[in-house]
Design a protein around this ligand. Structure first.
Ligand code: ACO
Length: 335
């Protein structure tokens, strides 16, 4: 666990946010035409109604760039001034190297370092924790932390139990010093690699006869991941709230990883939060992994559900197995 900042020290917070989901939509009814499934099964088990999917020629770097373009549209080009580090959290980088973050750095002409981060779905929260450490230690002035996924490119469309769950998208934020009482108040990070076999990216062939690259698919043992998710969403959120010196009553908005409505609902009940204090976007986007929390934040902002000074509770879980949670006092951007 990363300690909260001592009084008088710099505290990092989010000062700008943008997100993007591809225009192409794949509904449950579309899936009914290509596999043995039903809208009723998918909605009942997961809460998902549709997902946004990248075009054939649209990759993670493109989605990441579009999310930063959205950030610039909302907050102005000045918001990128002084960015000295770009982090892209992703499970689906364009290539193993160079880092997708370097492509983003180049696109916006930033004088910044750049690297990718792999921590599965909580990757964006891991990126926030690194940004916090960089900013609060003085190593960086402004960090651009992005979560971006083209997950549908590695989904196994023959595996109906996983294919219906995932979508694509991206979201990014600027993290820099903010005045009291704003900023990231607590961060909880965890991993348990003994569960690695339950969720991983699997090579399904060494190479195709025509010499095309290796095909890789996402494999998941849904039941095991479900049990793990419910457990860890509870423990990590409670730990993050306590570490921030708060009680769950103080949480203005709960922004969980958007994987499954039943998992979100179990966590909400455990925290004893009313439904209006929870952000749900899984119906629209499915699970887009590292992009899910920044996309959910954008939705909450656009619908006027986040105000200056609100206490936000963010939590995610995923392959590793990994988890992360954070409490953030929203606001503090220079106007
Ligand atoms: N349509 C219709 N039937 C289906 C489908 C489908 N798409 N998928 C599975 N079924 C069938 C199964 O074959 C099974 O049939 P059977 O009883 O005849 O064998 C039945 O439905 C029940 O299958 P279960 O796997 O037991 O269904 P479950 O209630 O566990 O729901 C689900 C499956 C939705 C995947 C659930 O386990 C889950 O949400 N797990 C967590 C997933 C998750 O959160 N992943 C995110 C991880 S992190 C990351 O983002 C990478």
């Amino acid at each position: 666990m990363i300690p909260t900042t001592q009084p008088g020290k710099v505290r990092a917070g989010i000062t700008a946010l943008g997100a993007y989901a591809p225009n192409k939509i794949l509904s449950n009814h579309d899936l009914e035409k290509i596999m043995e499934t039903s809208d009723e099964w998918i909605v009942t088990r997961t809460g998902i109604k549709r997902r946004h999917i990248a075009d054939d020629d649209e990759f993670t770097s493109h989605l990441a760039i579009k999310s930063v373009e959205d950030l610039v549209k909302r907050h102005g080009r000045d918001s990128l001034e002084g960015v000295d580090m770009v982090i892209v959290a992703t499970n689906t980088p364009d290539a193993l190297f160079p880092a997708t973050a370097a492509l983003v750095q180049d696109h916006f002409g930033l004088k910044a370092g750049a690297f990718d981060l792999l921590a599965a779905c909580p990757g964006w929260l891991y990126a926030l924790s690194i940004a916090k450490a960089y900013v609060e230690s003085g190593l960086c002035q402004k960090v651009l932390a992005i979560g971006a996924e083209a997950l549908t490119k590695i989904v196994d469309w023959d595996d109906r139990a996983t294919a219906v769950l995932f979508g694509d998208g991206a979201g990014g934020a600027i993290i820099e010093a903010v005045p009291e009482p704003y900023g990231l108040k607590s961060v909880v990070l965890g991993a348990d690699g003994s569960g690695a076999q339950h969720l991983h990216r699997r090579s399904v062939g060494r190479c195709l006869p025509n010499g095309e690259p290796l095909a890789e698919h996402l494999y998941m043992n849904g039941r095991e991941v479900f049990k793990f998710a419910v457990r860890v969403m509870n423990t990590a959120t409670i730990e993050a709230v306590e570490k921030a010196g708060l009680h769950s009553d103080d949480i203005s908005l709960f922004v969980p990883h958007q994987a499954n409505l039943r998992i979100i609902e179990a966590a909400r009940q455990r925290l004893e939060l009313p439904p209006e204090r929870v952000v749900v976007t899984v119906d629209e986007y499915g699970n887009n992994s590292t992009a899910s929390i920044p996309l959910a934040l954008k939705h909450a902002l656009d619908s006027g559900r986040i105000a200056d000074g609100d206490q936000l509770l963010l939590v995610s879980f995923g392959a590793g197995l990994t988890w992360a949670a954070s409490v953030l006092t929203w606001g503090g951007a220079k106007t």
